[in-house]
Design a binder for this molecule. Structure first.
Ligand code: ADP
Length: 269
């Protein structure tokens, strides 16, 4: 018997009940495990054929040696293959996070620097849309975590801010240390999120406007990935938004212990 709850060794109905409760929990855990394995295997298997299809289609589109009407079709098929690839990549990332792989390589790093570098890499995407990205990251903010996963958090939040902000808008990224926590904020002057969508925004595949998100290439997985990574790092994510005015996403993470000690020393001086 794999015990999940203490078994009452009373030799009566209570003992039988606790044994069957344990069996039920174990069966449920096995079912969840199988479910996770299935999603991980399926998304892994789908990646290779999708990569091949994308490569071949890209070559056809770039060569542009087919009839114009076929070329138009090839471009729209390529867009769909790219969308499918994003969904499969998202599912693959989620299955790895569910398997507890959010913190594979724990290191101490400066979150402010990671955020600034990521914003610089995404600036072109924003400029193309006529959006200005500003970074307010003056101070070093040391945290402990998996750098690649934390970068994913910044990418997903910035990507959304850029996607859901019309041309001429502004996106501001700031990292600071407040009351013993690291805080990363991504604020935009975009379309905002209606109050009734608030409880569901971090759910997998949830999108306020399916058609709009789809046109912008969204799969509805970005924020659920952000939430899982933050939770695995002992942090959380929340947002404040006014429809038609903009949104502000706030990530809070524990500061690196040595950062805290340094802060205390500085305060003590
Ligand atoms: P998607 O791939 O659709 O962007 P996400 O999980 O990242 O999926 O976001 C879920 C939904 O939340 C989006 O479809 C969009 O409706 C809404 N959303 C997320 N970020 C923003 C934002 N900065 N401004 C407005 N709406 C947003």
């Amino acid at each position: 018997l794999r015990e999940r709850l203490p078994v009452a060794k009373t030799g009566d109905e209570l003992e039988r009940l606790s044994i069957s409760l344990n069996n039920m929990i174990v069966r449920l855990e096995d079912a969840f495990q199988q479910n996770r394995r299935f999603i991980a295997d399926a998304s892994h298997e789908l990646r290779t054929p999708l990569t091949i299809m994308r490569g071949e289609l890209e070559a056809i589109v770039i060569q542009n040696q087919i009839a114009p009407e076929v070329q138009t079709k090839a471009v729209s098929i390529l867009e769909e293959v790219e969308r499918l690839t994003r969904i499969v990549e998202g599912l693959f990332a989620i299955s790895r996070l569910d398997a507890g792989e959010a913190q594979k390589e724990m290191v101490r790093f400066d979150l402010a620097k990671l955020a600034t570098n990521t914003a610089e890499q995404m600036c072109l995407l924003a400029e193309d849309k006529g959006i200005v990205v500003r970074c307010d990251n003056a101070q070093e903010v040391m945290v402990e975590g998996d750098r690649a996963r934390m970068k994913q958090v910044v990418v997903n939040l910035l990507d959304n801010a850029i996607k859901y902000t019309p041309s001429g808008g502004k996106v501001t990224l700031s990292v600071s240390a407040q009351s013993g926590r690291a805080s990363l904020e991504v604020e935009d002057t975009g379309i905002g999120i209606p109050a009734e969508a608030k409880p569901r925004i971090f759910e997998r595949f949830f999108r306020v406007d399916k058609a709009r998100s789809r046109d912008l290439g969204g799969a509805g997985l970005g924020l659920s990935i952000v939430k899982s990574i933050c939770a695995a790092h002992g942090g959380k994510v929340d947002f404040y938004s006014t429809e038609g005015k903009g949104s502000r996403f706030v990530v809070e993470l524990p500061l690196s212990r040595s950062n805290n000690e340094m802060g205390e020393k500085t305060n003590g001086l």
